[in-house]
Design a protein around this ligand. Structure first.
Ligand SMILES: [Zn+2]
Length: 537
């Protein structure tokens, strides 16, 4: 089906060619003025029309009743070429004829005059695949080509063509097609095939085809094979395992607006729709990349026209006006890191949720910092260091003078004032970076890192992080002096929060804090809401 569409709708004259205006115009001008070159090089990405234009050119220079630089498509030579019957149009796939013998053979046949047409046209596709010897043999022919012969070399990798060849050919650079050009063509094809396709569905196909018409037509072919009355964007997304730019744009819109609960809801919806999260992540990263590029250089919009419609471009431009460069960069970093971190996770959307949670926490961080400083000014560094050295951090000068109500309820009385606000902010921070803490321990001691996976940081009291474990074994491991110090150091290094740690089994924890209400990380909350568990590889 896909190849059928591609063959069926090959342009048969210059007017049907999509894009490549500069190439078409120059070629047509040379035909009109009768100045036809003997060797051309068509360079450019795959599926941008190189062989199609080569064939049209071959047809046009052989047509016996030219009309304004276009082939008539009716004369005998046009017809034999159209049917692929002509012996004078020779197409060679260099990928399968790389050897010098193939080119030697070609050199022999080049000498023979055309059998019926005016010109013999050699179209050598993927010419960069030729061996060194074959290039030399080809060069000899290009140096003294018989008058009745025209060479059209095509390549996707022009940098592999020897300089000696380049100097003998007239070079044309083919560009990727813009999303709009592809959509226009797909619309025509859909109409001719009598299928109805939603405009957004066409947009998805065009954006996924990387500027290549052949890719786009092949994707459209897959979609048409569904034999559906009306092909929707959802179906296309499903088939391609991709997501629409609109979906991504809306997602980013909520992210930029810091509407994190809505983003989580969207992720849940995406999950229900059975989306491929790997592809979603890739598309999202690419979208953020586009934002970054345009934020730094707005003029690059033109360069993105083969991946974006004008409408999407406008949307991105609006979004980047509401976000700072470092925020975009942070989103890219966080997403990339989490994509790698959760690669083997059983929960496909986890990398996304963790990323959004992390961005949410960071976007709140300045507010929290303010709250902490207004609630209890941090003790001077010197005082903090003193505290660290004292094994028993019983005394807290900063709050000593203003005991809180909670203190009375606290088991150990006045010796244990609780810095409620400050602690909760710190705990958030520790929870947010907990995976990083575990990761950093991996290189030091893999089994310790594994032990921590079975433990959960639950509260901060008196500069001490209480870590809850299921069994005694884990508690003992964490409590071992070297391990304990190592974990404390890792927490300090990664979160910047200076804490002692203390491990308790769940039983002990319950006994000591009977009224404790779990303070969950955003990640944990997400996992609870959407099901699944946190999996670390
Ligand atoms: Zn003709």
């Amino acid at each position: 089906m896909s190849t059928t569409l591609y063959r069926k709708y090959r342009p048969s004259d210059f007017s049907q060619v999509i894009g490549q205006k500069h190439v078409v115009q120059t070629l047509q001008n040379s035909i009109k003025s009768g100045r036809i070159g003997q060797a051309y090089l068509f360079a450019g990405p795959r599926g941008t029309g190189k062989t199609s234009i080569a064939r049209i050119f071959a047809k046009t220079i052989n047509c016996t009743s030219l009309k304004n630089g276009e082939p008539c498509l009716k004369c005998d030579s046009c017809k034999t070429i159209l049917d692929g019957r002509s012996l004078d149009i020779i197409e060679i796939d260099a990928a399968s004829h790389t050897g010098v013998d193939n080119i030697r053979e070609l050199r022999e046949t080049v000498k023979l005059p055309p059998s019926s047409l005016k010109y013999k046209v050699y179209i050598i596709d993927e010419v960069h695949m030729l061996s060194g010897g074959a290039f030399n043999a080809l060069l000899k022919t290009l140096e003294e080509p018989p008058v009745h012969v025209v060479f059209i070399l095509a390549t996707t990798e022009v940098h592999k063509i020897p300089e000696t060849i380049l100097s003998r050919v007239q070079r044309f650079d083919f560009t990727r097609l813009t999303v709009e050009e592809i959509i226009e063509r797909l619309k025509q094809i859909a109409k001719l095939e009598k299928v109805s396709v939603e405009p957004e569905a066409l947009e998805i196909i065009a954006a996924s085809s990387e500027g290549g018409m052949r890719n786009a037509e092949s994707l459209l072919g897959q979609v048409i094979a569904l034999e559906d009355k009306k092909i929707t964007a959802k179906e296309v997304e499903f088939i391609l395992g991709t997501v629409s730019e609109k979906e991504i744009a809306d997602f980013v819109g909520q992210l930029v607006g810091h509407d994190f609960p809505a983003v989580f809801l969207r992720i849940a919806d995406l999950r229900e729709s059975g989306i491929d999260f790997k592809n979603f992540g890739k598309s999202l990263l690419n979208y953020l990349r586009q934002m970054l590029v345009l934020k730094i250089n707005p003029d690059l919009g033109k360069k993105l026209s083969y991946e974006l419609t004008k409408e999407r471009l406008g949307q991105i431009q609006k979004q980047i006006s509401e976000i700072e460069t470092d925020e975009i960069l942070e989103a890219i970093n966080v997403l990339q890191e989490n994509t790698e971190r959760f690669r083997n996770s059983q929960i496909p959307q986890l990398f996304l949720e963790a990323s959004v949670a992390s961005l949410a926490i960071n976007s709140d961080a300045p507010k929290q910092a303010k709250m902490i400083s207004s609630a209890s000014p941090a003790p001077p560094i010197a005082a903090q260091n003193d505290l660290k050295e004292k094994k028993t951090a019983e005394i807290k000068p900063a709050v000593e003078n203003k005991p809180m109500k909670l203190e009375a309820e606290s088991k150990k009385g006045s010796a244990k004032p609780i810095l409620k606000e400050a602690s909760s902010g710190d705990l958030e921070l520790v929870l947010a970076r907990w995976l990083d803490v575990m990761d950093s321990l991996k290189s030091y001691n893999h089994s310790l890192s594994s032990v921590l996976k079975m433990a959960s940081p639950s509260l901060i009291e008196e500069n001490t992080l209480i870590i809850k474990t299921k069994y005694d074994f884990y508690k003992d491991k964490i409590t071992e002096t070297t391990n304990r110090l190592t974990i404390e150091e890792a927490i300090d290094k990664i979160t910047g929060v200076n804490l002692k740690i203390k491990a308790l089994t769940e039983k002990e924890f319950k006994a000591e804090y009977p009224n404790f209400k779990e303070k969950k990380s955003l990640l944990q909350e997400a996992v609870d809401i959407f099901g699944g568990k946190i999996v670390k590889d």
